[in-house]
Design a protein around this ligand. Structure first.
Ligand code: UGA
Length: 440
């Protein structure tokens, strides 16, 4: 079977390489010539563990190729995955589906054989049914183009594993059309026992947004308790451990800290609220506005703690920010809490230097006003406060002796609750964490 993947961003490039790994002949299509040129040479334009090897392997074997031509894509395959972006369109959070509409339209203009188009992007409920009727209307006479929806649940940093061995597969179809092809595409994962949910378009679309909304809610839920323990006392990590021991709750995604960011969770909870309003269900998803607000308040809290730590420190205190990506094992800085806090501190007149082991380049592109030393030592040298905001392993393993001789003042704010408080306090540092009442 020959397969195309339209849109070779994070999701599409991963999916294309993994399909090649599953044994298919794959073409990746993108309108961005620079991206296509890099991928065609086996170069991945972003950081993702294990993906560069897979990409190189299959570009070299000839099983995976890339193009900017929709005509070539339509001629190459009769199974097409749509993996283009659905960014936030406006202030109110509505998702911009123009790329997905545009990709399907462009494909239909070239398709002259029966084809199955499988949507992967995260979309507002109702999109698949609308696209299915668009395909019916615009397909060339004599050709049938069917739609199916197969949402993606991969996490950055684990994209290859999540694609080759997902927690579950969801196939959304209109009365089962396209199911045999979908089962064929994912035969390897299904044979290995991956649970499969076969359902309608709307459920498939909603499974994805519901999963992300639930994850975001879990994080803000524990962060709401962090606001309580900051005032009332108590230990937020022990609280998370204890409630997480109840299997109905589970411990994962209960790490309190500076909160969630990235290209998915924040935009998806806003798009879901906007879509719910469009459906005339004004209040149904109102709680997600609180989830969002709580999440953003955690960033304010870190800014406040830095200001508190550096009260009376003289002109232009120096702050070293550890981490720029929205989470470890990624160079993605979209809506990154770390970079947002860094930029806000810079605006407030602090001298800010940011160190990230991988995201230095993407961070510098997004926030060129900040300093990006090449080493952690360079970032921390002469600092009046050190602020850990992305829990890269090398930061989690820091001990006071690593920084003692470098900093000007021994102030550290752990925005991810990953450092051992006792160790830093014993080492003579002023130490703050989120969800921890400041020492009297
Ligand atoms: C998320 C979902 O986890 C994936 O299942 C989904 O496929 C993807 O969005 C998507 O829609 O494409 P991702 O954005 O890669 O994946 O990142 P997550 O691992 O979910 O982390 C999101 C944010 O939450 C990060 O900023 C992370 O630091 C934060 N987080 C996570 C916490 O603050 N606390 C936690 O306990 C867990």
């Amino acid at each position: 079977m020959r397969i195309s993947v339209i849109g070779t961003g994070y999701l599409g490039a991963t999916h294309a390489a993994c399909l090649a790994e599953m044994g298919f002949e794959v073409i990746g299509m993108d309108t961005d010539p620079a991206k296509v040129a890099a991928l065609a040479e086996g170069r991945l334009p972003f950081h993702e563990p294990a993906l560069p090897e897979l990409l190189r392997k299959h570009v070299q074997s000839g099983r995976l190729r890339f193009t900017t031509s929709m005509a070539e894509t339509a001629a190459f395959a009769n199974v097409h995955f749509l993996a283009v972006g659905t960014p936030q369109a406006s202030e109110d959070g509505t998702a911009d589906v123009s790329q997905i509409d545009g990709a399907l339209r462009a494909l239909l203009a070239h398709v002259d054989q029966d084809a199955l188009v499988i949507g992967k992007s995260t979309v507002p409920v109702g999109t698949a049914r609308r696209l299915a009727s668009m395909a019916k209307k615009l397909a060339r006479p004599g050709t049938t183009v069917e739609l199916a929806w197969n949402p993606e649940f991969l996490r950055e940093g684990y994209a290859v594993k999540d694609t080759l061995a997902p927690d579950r597969l969801v196939f959304g179809t209109d009365s089962g059309t396209g199911l045999p092809i979908l089962r064929n595409v994912y035969a390897t994962a299904l044979a290995a026992g991956t649970p499969l949910v076969e359902t309608d378009f709307e459920t498939a679309e909603l499974v994805k947004v519901a999963a992300n909304a639930f994850l975001a809610t879990k994080i803000s839920f524990i962060n709401a308790f962090a606001e309580i323990t900051e005032v009332a006392g108590g230990d937020i990590t022990t609280l998370a451990d204890a409630i997480g021991m109840d299997e109905r709750i589970g411990r994962r995604f209960l790490n309190a800290g500076v909160g969630f960011g990235g290209g998915c969770l924040p935009k998806d909870i806003r798009a879901l609220q906007a879509r719910t309003r469009e459906l005339g269900l004004g209040n149904t998803m109102d709680f997600l506005a609180s989830v969002d607000a709580l999440n953003l308040r955690r960033r304010d809290k870190v800014v406040e703690l830095v200001e508190l730590a550096l009260t009376g420190s003289g002109a232009r205190p120096q702050v070293a920010i550890l981490g720029a990506s929205f989470k470890p094992e990624s160079d993605d800085v979209r809506d990154s809490p770390a970079l947002d806090v860094a930029a806000r501190l810079h605006e407030r007149g602090f001298a800010v230097s940011v160190f990230d082991p991988i995201a230095r380049h993407s961070a510098a592109q997004r926030r060129p006003e900040l300093d990006y030393p090449e080493t952690i030592e360079g970032a921390v040298a002469g600092a009046d406060a050190v602020v850990l905001l992305t829990e890269w392993r090398q930061f989690r393993e820091l001990v006071p002796g690593d920084l003692d001789a470098l900093v000007r003042r021994r102030n550290i704010i752990d925005g991810r609750n990953v450092l051992d408080a006792a160790q830093w306090l014993d080492g003579g540092w002023n130490f703050w964490q989120l969800g921890r009442k400041p020492a009297d």
